[in-house]
Design a binder for this molecule. Structure first.
Ligand SMILES: [Zn+2]
Length: 287
């Protein structure tokens, strides 16, 4: 196993068409919470955790409300920790976790891996620990870092990843990673670029949510996006509709032979990677 694609939270939000691109404006649309698990020379690396056991078993009110709206069934078997165990590892084998951002649906599994180093882009760490207002504070859940993670905060230091700024590369042997800030969804939202045996995989988190947005031939935003997102995006100051998509398409046009993209919630992308249709990397599915 070099890399596994894990769905750590099946969702089915109303008006999900604006997020995931399928269905109508008043219907639910099924989505995933796409996390990555990679074997390295220093234990396992997890990119985003999805929801965790705490969110399944004893969610705090805000998280309960959000996952009820999002339609997550609170199935413990979908958590990263249960999937890691099913793959034959122990939770303490996960030595590194890299987060695209700290929203509850991406960081909820942190308490299940209390021994892991938690890598995060500096601006996101500052947003989590010093939120500017309630819109920023609410989706970051204190219960997800109450165990006192071993933070590794990554600042920019002048490095470049293709045509993007990035943090210094962390080399873990067969896999290396860096953060590629794609801010907007949160103050420090960042893609995680993974260097694998035969190319780069850029996990874009929530920088986009529908594969059509980064389709080089026929770019397509999700239908009703402007209307529905305007209603549901709680942080109005940070409403980057399609903000990063043109740069991501330019990246694919110039370097599509060595870079692949995925985002967090698109089930179509997840299925392609999981079944190996999209991936050039040695990969098997799970989740
Ligand atoms: Zn998300």
């Amino acid at each position: 196993m070099h890399i596994q694609h894990l769905n750590c939270g099946s969702i089915n939000p109303p008006g999900g068409v604006a997020l995931i691109g399928t269905g109508g404006p008043f219907t639910h649309a099924p989505g995933v919470t796409h996390c990555l698990l990679a074997e390295t020379d220093d234990g396992l690396l997890l990119v985003d955790t999805g929801f965790g056991l705490l969110d399944c078993l004893t969610p705090k009110f805000f998280v309960w409300l959000m996952i009820t709206v999002a339609g997550w069934p609170r199935d413990p078997e979908e958590t990263a920790v249960r999937q890691v165990e099913r793959l034959g590892y122990e939770p303490k084998d996960v030595h590194h976790i890299a987060l695209t951002h700290f929203h509850y649906d991406h960081a909820g599994g942190l308490p299940d891996f209390p021994h892991a180093k938690v890598h995060i882009y500096q601006a996101e760490y500052e947003a989590v620990t010093q939120p500017q207002d309630m819109y920023e504070r609410y989706p970051y859940r204190r219960e997800h870092w109450a165990h006192g993670p071993d933070w590794v905060v990554h600042p920019l230091a002048g490095d470049r990843w293709f045509d993007f700024d990035c943090t210094p590369l962390v080399d873990l042997g067969p896999v290396a990673f860096c953060f590629v800030p794609l801010t907007g969804h949160t103050r420090g939202h960042s893609a995680v670029a993974l260097r694998l045996a035969d190319g780069w995989l850029l996990h874009c988190g929530d920088a986009y949510t529908f594969h059509g947005e980064v389709d080089v031939q026929n770019p397509t935003p999700p239908p009703y996006q402007r209307t529905v997102r305007r209603l549901v995006n709680i942080n109005r100051a940070m409403r980057p509709i399609g903000k990063h998509s043109p740069r991501l398409r330019a990246l694919l046009r110039a370097h599509g032979d060595e870079v692949q993209l995925t985002c967090s919630h698109d089930p179509h992308e997840f299925d392609k990677f999981r079944t190996g249709l999209q991936s050039r990397h040695p990969s098997t599915g799970s989740g």
